[in-house]
Design a protein around this ligand. Sequence first.
Ligand code: ASP
Length: 426
Amino acid sequence: MQAQQQTLLRDAMRRLNMTRDAFANRIGVSRRALDTWLLPDESAESRAMPEIASRYVMELVERIPSGDEYTQRVYSPSILHEGRPHLLSVDQFSRDSVEALFQVADTMQPIARRQKITRVLEGAVLANLFFEASTRTRVSFGAAFCRLGGSVCDTTGFTFSSMAKGESIYDTSRVISGYADALVVRHPEKGSVAEFVRATNVPVINAGDGPGEHPSQALLDLYTIQREFSRVGKIVDGSHIAMVGDLKYGRTVHSLAKLLALYRGLKFTLISPTSLEMPASILDQITRGDHVIEQTNDLQTGLKGADVVYATRIQKERFADESIEGYTPDFQINQALVDSVCGPDTLIMHPLPRDGRPGANDLSTDLNHDPRLAIFRQTDNGIPVRMAIFAVLLGVERQVQHSMRDAAWKSPAYIGPDDAVFHGID
Ligand code: ASP
């Protein structure tokens, strides 16, 4: 029951673009009361909001801003690539359509948390085509589809696919489309996933095209930033985002930077070794907004004042003639550095995997018990966001809310050993 009230409140704050404090003020209640209304049902301090308050919030939502066009856009999320339902790039999104998608993701939360089940995609089949290494993206797209009631077929690597026999992308795409209702594709060449689209009318999702884009990762990253910010009373507009590492080949930062640029007045600090700087085409796109962009290779200075530190792995598998072997220790984000330059609310993110090999100097595991490390909350958010993507592409997003039933099995209250810290405060 309270899940609906949380969705309503989150949606209202997001669409009004208000922090928790500002929103509590706007609806005339104390911040403490608002916090208890936002707690999950299982928290002992969770409270149902009075009927009059929820009616008032609903009225506020209905009134924002004026015009049917806006309301319709917000409540009818669509992900269209050239008029067809495919997800290839974050360039397909406006700020409104991102918010609308996140609203759908919020409705998926009780399912992602294993409290509810739905069968809205019963009978549908997903083809997960991964021609490049993956753990999280492949499994979480698969799990998201299953949690909506569908089934998944997988193929991994070139060696065991007909591409090893010289089959074209066009033929593979057309053939698989005869078997499945959606295609999730990862391929090592930039632009290659768009080629799958040419041969099919079945929705195609880009799960990473070489150094190009990784739109679903950027969406779950932004969703995480918003959720974490809402806990500490911040909003995306005006925030300071530090991106660290291989910004040249890291497709997650390419997509995330473009998506964040839909917001207002951000400061981007781009910290990388000189040979791995952000490509000019992405810089070009983000400079079109009212953002401040700083580029540096000094980690200590670059991280100062950041609301989000987004670390990345060196994408050695994509190197052309770069001679760099791994990060030097002065590029490593670790507990000592975070304690000395970051604030108590700074979020530490990473798309994962972290390269744990000696000499890699990727994001340190000594931060594992620091609540500022949001990497596992990030991966958890991959499920509701990817469920939302499927639901919207396949046109079932409006059926989910009414189709939910209680889950019959028992799952742990906290998925990971450090999750208890966050229990009840998101
Ligand atoms: N998993 C992310 C990707 O596929 C990040 C990485 O591999 O470093 O792009």
